[in-house]
Design a protein. Structure first.
Length: 201
C-alpha cells in the first residue's frame, strides 16, 4: 500500500505542479517547447539507455512484436471503419513515451521503463513506415522522423552493447543514470503545463 501511495504521489504531484505553474506563468508556457526538446533529446534517452543496458529482458523481446502488430491492426481497423486519414493516423500514434515512461518508472522503476522502451522499439518504426503510405506520401519523411528520434537510438545502442558485451565505464554509466532520473518528473511537469495550456470548450 505504501509503495502504491508513493507511486501515485510521484505521478500526480509533478503533474499538478506543472499545471499550476502553467496556469500562473505565460512565460513558462512559451518555454515549454525548449523543455520538451531537452526531454526528448537528452533526459529520456539517458533513462531508456540505463534501464536497458546490462539487463536481460527475456520475455520482453515479444513486446516490440506486439507493439508493431497493434499499430498495424489499429491502422487497418481505422482505415476500414473510419475512412478519414486523420482518424487513421490518430489510431496509429498512441502516447508511448511522455505518459507511460513516468508512470512505469513510478510503479516499477527501471524495469518498467525497459518494457516501455521495447514497446517504442516496435511502435515507432512501424508507425513511421505506415503513416506516410496511408497519407499518400513517400517513405522519406517517415524514415527521417524515425532516424531523428533519440529514444529509439538509446534502445538500439543499449541492445547493441548488451549483445556485444561492451562494458560502459562505471563513471560514465553513473552520469547517464543521473541525467535519466530527471526525465520522469520533468515529463510529468511538462505534461501538466500542456494541460494548463489547453482549453476545453
Amino acid at each position: 500500500m505504501e509503495k502504491l501511495l508513493q507511486a501515485m504521489l510521484g505521478f500526480y504531484v509533478p503533474l499538478a505542479l506543472g499545471w499550476l505553474y502553467g496556469r500562473r506563468s505565460k512565460e513558462a508556457l512559451a518555454g515549454s517547447k525548449a523543455i520538451a526538446q531537452l526531454l526528448v533529446y537528452l533526459f529520456l534517452p539517458a533513462l531508456i539507455f540505463t534501464s536497458l543496458y546490462g539487463k536481460s529482458v527475456g520475455e520482453g523481446l515479444a513486446v516490440p512484436i506486439v507493439a508493431s502488430t497493434s499499430v498495424a491492426l489499429g491502422a487497418l481497423m481505422a482505415r476500414l471503419l473510419l475512412k478519414k486519414p486523420e482518424y487513421v493516423l490518430t489510431c496509429m500514434y498512441p502516447n508511448s513515451g511522455y505518459l507511460p515512461i513516468p508512470l512505469a518508472f513510478s510503479l516499477w522503476g527501471e524495469e518498467g521503463v525497459a518494457y516501455v522502451a521495447l514497446y517504442v522499439l516496435g511502435n515507432n518504426p512501424t508507425a513511421n513506415t505506415l503513416a506516410p503510405l496511408l497519407a499518400g506520401r513517400g517513405l522519406r519523411e517517415g524514415v527521417r522522423r524515425m532516424l531523428l528520434f533519440p529514444p529509439l537510438h538509446a534502445v538500439a545502442l543499449a541492445i547493441l552493447l548488451n549483445v556485444t558485451h561492451v562494458i560502459v565505464p562505471a563513471p560514465v554509466l553513473s552520469t547517464v543514470a543521473r541525467l535519466g532520473l530527471v526525465a520522469p518528473p520533468l515529463a510529468l511537469v511538462l505534461l501538466g503545463m500542456k494541460f494548463a495550456e489547453s482549453r476545453v470548450e
